[in-house]
Design a protein around this ligand. Structure first.
Ligand code: DLL
Length: 432
């Protein structure tokens, strides 16, 4: 029984979705104006009041919010509900210096889980399924979001969290999991481990719901072939509640955005100008149903395209393409958000200078992170016989900062090429 397929919304006419968005937007702007002094001030600075926002057509009048605003307002500055009404926080993956905290009322959690339930249903999930959730649990939104969605659909839910591959495979075989939820890199790793252990005939997976990081069509085909499943993309970010903002359907040509909860815009990342549908630009979301952390015109920094073509699945919800890159320098490595500035902070703290290069690659469907660090003349002259020790110390400090392992190689002073313009610090060799 497909309880979480909601054709009245997912397949509604453009006019009725727009009417719903208009009504919800007007209410949401008033809610934010009344309860979030930080955003009210931004509106006042732009000379906008809630009366100026009568429909989605007026959205462009509102100021943008960015990650910098979230940092400035950290931790409670964007909260729109009293603390006593909030029941949960989630936070961005793995980062310390750049942490973003999102708040939820019970209502917000319900709506978020509904969105994830739609994603699972669109992937063919029903209450007959066994859904193995191997996204991280805890502060990261992946585990809790898909876990809640799986419950709502009525699947038997395996709250595995990430890692411990032996245990993942044992449960997958013993409980005959039919749906796998994890990052695409972990799916590829699990697929490889299944083949290595000769378990292919013992698994019953039929679908995978993979997201939280960029992955290519080639990677999709590879995972589908190795596991004998259909692999669906899922998108979201902590700031907008987590996974389930958009999800793929059987057509697998982009992700439907849950437009009854989020209004999507595409803007020119340099000028902020709203671009017509079909243009490539930065994705901006306005959440129109969230109570505790309702971000208006939040700049995701993800570059993509929105299209509203007829979909063979029957859904009319607008589709976003796979993100094609970012308009800032954030990297996603092994599903973890990594900012070069964090790496730089560690290097400076340990007595190096900002002469470094970050090299990201994907080998056997798994991300690798290498940091090439130039020694200063001082630490170079001290380094005789101590290079390994110095590298180990940097590896540990980077692990503490980023939450993931980076290989470090120290090089002699003045060996990393200097640039006359912006320094080229990131070399991303992944073909995604
Ligand atoms: O990654 C939420 C999530 C969990 C999505 C599980 C899907 C599945 P954050 O850690 O805040 O939240 O990272 C958000 O990850 O701005 C994108 O750059 C990237 N991202 C998320 N989904 C996809 C995807 C979660 N399907 C950031 N394809 C976003 C490419 C994705 N990039």
């Amino acid at each position: 029984m497909e309880r979480y397929y909601q054709p009245e919304i997912e397949c509604a006419s453009r006019e009725s979705i727009l009417a719903l968005q208009n009504e919800r937007l007007v209410k949401q702007v008033r809610h934010v104006w009344d309860n979030v002094p930080y955003y009210r001030k931004k509106m006042e600075e732009k000379g906008v009041t809630p009366d100026d926002i009568q429909s989605v057509a007026d959205l462009h009048k509102l100021p943008f919010l960015s990650k910098d605003d979230l940092r400035e307002a950290y931790p409670y500055g964007l909260l729109a509900k009293p603390l006593k009404d909030c029941v949960r926080i989630q936070s961005t993956s793995g980062t310390t210096g750049k942490r973003v905290v999102a708040f939820y009322t019970q209502h917000d959690i319900d709506l978020w889980e509904d969105c994830c339930a739609r994603a699972i249903t669109a992937a063919g999930g029903t209450d007959e399924d066994v859904c193995q959730v191997c996204y991280g649990y805890g502060l990261f939104t992946g585990g809790p979001g898909l876990n809640g969605g799986s419950h709502k659909v009525g699947c038997l839910t395996l709250p595995m969290s990430s890692g411990n591959t032996d245990r993942q495979l044992q449960f997958m075989v013993d409980l005959q999991s039919t749906i796998l939820c994890c990052t695409p890199s972990y799916a590829a790793y699990l697929a490889e481990s299944i083949h290595e252990r000769g378990l292919r005939d013992q698994i019953k997976l039929k679908a995978g719901i993979f997201g939280a990081e960029a992955w290519s069509e080639e990677m999709r085909r590879d995972i589908e072939k190795q596991l004998g499943i259909k692999a669906f993309d899922i998108y979201g970010l902590t700031e907008t509640s987590g996974p389930g903002v958009a999800f793929e359907c059987s057509e697998q040509t982009g992700m439907h955005i849950n437009e009854d909860h989020f209004i999507a815009e595409i803007i020119d990342p340099n000028t902020g100008e709203v671009l017509p549908e079909g243009s490539k630009g930065e994705l901006v979301f306005t959440s129109i149903t969230k109570e505790a952390f309702p971000l208006l015109r939040y700049r995701t920094r993800d570059i993509c395209v929105l299209t509203r073509e007829k979909c063979s699945c029957g859904r009319t919800l607008v589709k976003m393409s796979k993100p094609m890159g970012r308009s800032d320098d954030m990297l996603i490595v092994k599903g973890v958000n990594v900012f070069p500035s964090q790496i730089e902070a560690v290097l400076i703290e340990q007595g190096y200078q900002a002469n470094y290069q970050i090299i990201v690659d994907r080998i056997n469907n798994s991300d690798t992170l290498d940091v090439l660090v130039e020694m200063t003349p001082e630490n170079f002259s001290d380094s005789l016989g101590k290079i390994t020790e110095m590298e180990k110390s940097l590896v540990a400090a980077l692990k503490a900062m980023l939450g993931i392992y980076a290989r470090v190689k120290l090089v002699a002073p003045k060996t990393i090429a200097r640039s006359e313009g912006k320094a080229v610090r990131i070399i991303d060799k992944r073909k995604i």
